[in-house]
Design a protein around this ligand. Structure first.
Ligand SMILES: NC(=O)c1ccc[n+]([C@@H]2O[C@H](COP(=O)([O-])OP(=O)(O)OC[C@H]3O[C@@H](n4cnc5c(N)ncnc54)[C@H](O)[C@@H]3O)[C@@H](O)[C@H]2O)c1
Length: 333
């Protein structure tokens, strides 16, 4: 297929999911422009392709307008872990709402499709299970997670209003828990938390009784869905759930991680955070029928790859600690 040299824009491209998306788009022949303010992302995530001739990085905050010529927009910029998005809730909301407005204006002026990375958090603490796209959710508008949940809901509204008012070709996917290499080791997300703790021989932290459930999608599967959604020419009447419907309690996940890492890690229990959802599981019928998509990487396989990534990433840290210990011992000898 011939591809235009006008780049596709990936906002938040230096983050966990965004960096995998940039890599996949380059691999299929696209020119990719990544914009990111590096608030939670890192240039390290781009190191494998930073110098690729079809890749460009620009440091920019999407709450400020952008004037560019692009051929499609993937809008992923937004801190995604509760620790990160609660650090500056007003900026999170501004990113969700003003950032979405700026990117929608850019899509409108370039007359190109735009995809919004929304979230299962728009369902809040759901009263319907599994969550189907036409469920409106159960969200606290004034809690400590609301900057993210309500910000993403408002962004979805903007996407559908830009379609209705201006005919912008908008697509919205609702991403459920996604994991894989390049997650931050310490941003509080359960998969990285468990794996890193187990690798360090530290206790795994369980919030509440550990019976709350999540479903985990490996990042490569998600990236396939994101690209399929952008490439799909039919008009999507509603957002599309993106996730792996296999459901795990936190205790089951902890057990599986301990088995894959080896050794026995203890569990510590802390109180549940405010508005923590009790159950999460996507209905993915739409993704199956509209995009012909289904997850292919099993949770066991995905966790194994993620374990290997963190194991390698932790080696320099371990080596640094050991060498500083040796230096201190030598100084005391
Ligand atoms: N990882 C998940 O499980 C998950 C689940 C649901 C939704 N999502 C959505 O997917 C997207 C990517 O998530 P992620 O897990 O890769 O998170 P991440 O924090 O690793 O990546 C987000 C990226 O956006 C950048 N960013 C944040 N605010 C910005 C701004 N104002 N301007 C420019 N760049 C900005 C950050 O620096 C970072 O590189 C987010 O929109 C998130 O809401 C992720």
């Amino acid at each position: 297929m011939t591809r235009t040299t006008t780049p596709v824009l990936v906002t938040g491209g230096a983050g966990f999911i965004g960096s995998h998306l940039c890599e996949a788009l380059i691999a299929r022949g696209d020119y990719v422009l990544c914009v990111d303010n590096l608030m939670t992302g890192s240039l390290d995530n781009l190191s494998d392709f930073m110098r690729h001739p079809r890749f460009e990085f620009r440091r920019h905050d999407i709450t400020e307008p952008l004037e560019l010529k692009v051929s499609a927009i993937y809008n992923l910029a937004c801190p995604a872990s509760p620790v990160d998005y609660q650090r500056d809730p007003v900026h999170t909301l501004r990113t969700c709402v003003q950032g979405a407005l700026n990117m929608l204006e850019l899509a409108r002026s370039c007359d190109v499709p735009i995809l919004q990375a929304s979230t299962s958090e728009v369902y809040g603490d759901p009263l319907q299970h599994p969550q189907v796209e036409n469920y409106w959710g159960n969200v606290n508008p004034i809690g400590s997670r609301s900057c993210y949940d309500e910000g993403k809901r408002c962004a979805e509204t903007l996407f559908y209003d830009y379609f209705r008012m201006h005919g912008v070709d908008t697509r919205v996917i609702r991403i459920f828990n996604t994991y894989g290499p390049r997650m931050q080791a310490s941003d509080g997300r359960v998969v990285s938390n468990f794996i890193v703790s187990a690798l360090k021989g530290m206790p795994l932290t369980i919030y509440g009784d550990g019976q709350q459930t999540r479903s985990f999608c490996y990042v490569d599967d998600l990236v396939r869905l994101i690209i399929a959604c952008m490439d799909n020419k039919t008009r999507h009447e509603t957002p599309i759930n993106a996730g792996n419907p296999e459901e795990y309690t936190m205790l089951e996940l902890a057990e599986l991680v301990c088995e894959l890492v080896g050794g026995a890690s203890a569990l510590t229990h802390l109180a549940l955070p405010e508005d923590d959802p009790k159950r999460r599981k996507p209905d993915i019928e739409q993704a199956r029928t509209v995009l012909d998509w289904k997850p292919e990487v099993s949770v066991r396989e995905g966790l194994t790859r993620t374990r290997d990534y963190f194991r390698a990433a932790l080696i320099p840290e371990r080596a640094r600690k050991e060498s500083s210990l040796e230096t201190r011992e030598a100084a005391h000898a």
